[in-house]
Design a protein around this ligand. Structure first.
Ligand code: FMN
Length: 361
């Protein structure tokens, strides 16, 4: 089985990235994926508010944008999944090619620009299928919108009933103007509007709906602090740190390194982990964190938790290493955590990480 999985991974790396992704989604949708049952690691059980996760590792947004395979994802051994980004209306996204593998750097640059089959398509999929693991829905506005808040409100009203959490995505670098929402005066109004709607949905469905906010790793310290204050004031449950970066580290070597778009994977690890540690210390336990960016081993997962993450999400590491990586990370993480509970070590080395003592670039 391992041999077949390695062959499949090799084949998927030989063909263009988007085609490879579409084939992977089809395989998953039809149950033709390798199975990695979730082992029960007692020391890795973790909860965030009222949501319990068997272990911290979940699938980041962007992989199952249109809710095609979310109901089969647990078979890969992941503890949760975030579908989307979903936009209100169908949109095609940017011209192809728009995803580039940086093999030698174990990274990806994408400038997809929120291709989405739109709200009504995704809603139908969610009516038809249920997730076996906690489910988040990542929401974003249409490129041509003139009413940002209206777009996010519409998505919240329509999709909130199906999710354990909604993630407000204002950090894609590929929708012009979107990232400016992070630092604009409009942010408070946006978060307040979504928080009000969340309460209505919670009353209707009789269970809680968390609101998470996904941010860019390119904010400066002052912008980050202001955003954290605004998020706490508006009852945001968690910040997802981070989305892709528009920066290009000097040591990238792959041919596609200068393509426009957001960079993910290994080269994003330090930048996103240092930002996570800063956010953790600044927030003084008033908000939780989802650690995302460059996780591909037990060590990188462990460092994200020491920096302040309660749970973790992966994307690019999975593209390069395949689903076998998930159980491998958990095995290593369980050994590292030892007799401690995971929840006891969250943020315990945030200070050291900021001071450069823990991360080897
Ligand atoms: C091809 C691709 C598409 C993505 N699409 C989305 C998206 O639609 N919404 C989103 O919030 N993040 C999206 N992301 C960002 C990932 O969710 C994640 O934040 C980022 O890739 C860093 O994690 P990683 O280094 O493990 O990949 C995408 C990433 C990639 C590589």
């Amino acid at each position: 089985m391992k041999y077949i999985n390695n062959l499949l991974l090799k084949f998927l790396h030989k063909i263009p990235p988007e085609l490879s992704h579409n084939i992977t989604i089809k395989l998953l949708k039809n149950g033709l994926n390798p199975q990695n049952f979730i082992k029960n690691y007692k020391n890795l059980n973790v909860s965030l508010g009222n949501i319990n996760f068997k272990h911290p590792i979940g699938l980041a947004a962007g992989f199952d944008k249109n809710a095609e395979a979310f109901h089969k994802i647990d078979k890969l051994g992941l503890s949760h999944i975030e579908i989307g980004t979903v936009t209100p209306k169908y949109q095609a996204g940017n011209d192809k090619p728009r995803v580039f593998r940086l093999h030698q750097d174990k990274a990806i640059i994408n400038r997809l620009g929120f291709p989405s089959k739109g709200l009504s398509y995704v809603k139908k999929r969610l009516e038809r299928h249920k997730s076996n693991i906690p489910l988040g829905i990542n929401i974003g506005c249409n490129k041509e919108t003139t009413d940002y808040i209206g777009d996010y409100l519409k998505l919240t009203k329509n999709l909130g009933h199906y999710a354990n959490w909604l993630t407000i995505n204002i950090s894609s670098p590929n929708t012009p103007g979107l990232r400016n929402l992070q630092t604009s005066n409009m942010l408070s109004k946006l978060l307040q509007t979504i928080d009000n709607e969340r309460k209505i949905i919670e009353n209707m469905k009789g269970s809680s709906l968390q609101i998470w906010l996904k941010i860019a790793p390119d904010l400066n310290d002052q912008e980050l602090k202001k955003l954290i204050d605004t998020s706490i004031q508006n009852n945001i449950d968690a910040l997802c740190i981070s989305n892709t970066t528009i920066k290009r580290p000097n040591d990238l070597i792959s041919n596609s390194k200068l393509e426009n778009g957001g960079l993910s994977g290994k080269p994003l690890f330090s930048q996103s982990t240092i930002m996570l540690a800063k956010a953790y210390l600044y927030s003084q336990n008033n908000i939780k964190f989802i650690g995302i960016g460059g996780i591909d081993s037990g060590e990188t997962a462990y460092l994200k938790i020491l920096a302040g993450a309660t749970i973790l999400q992966i994307y690019t590491g999975l593209v390069y290493n395949g689903p076998a990586m998930i159980n491998k990370i958990n095995n290593e993480l369980s050994v590292k955590t030892g007799s401690e509970k995971l929840s006891k070590i969250i943020g315990s080395k945030a200070y050291e990480i900021i001071n450069g003592n823990y991360l080897n670039d």
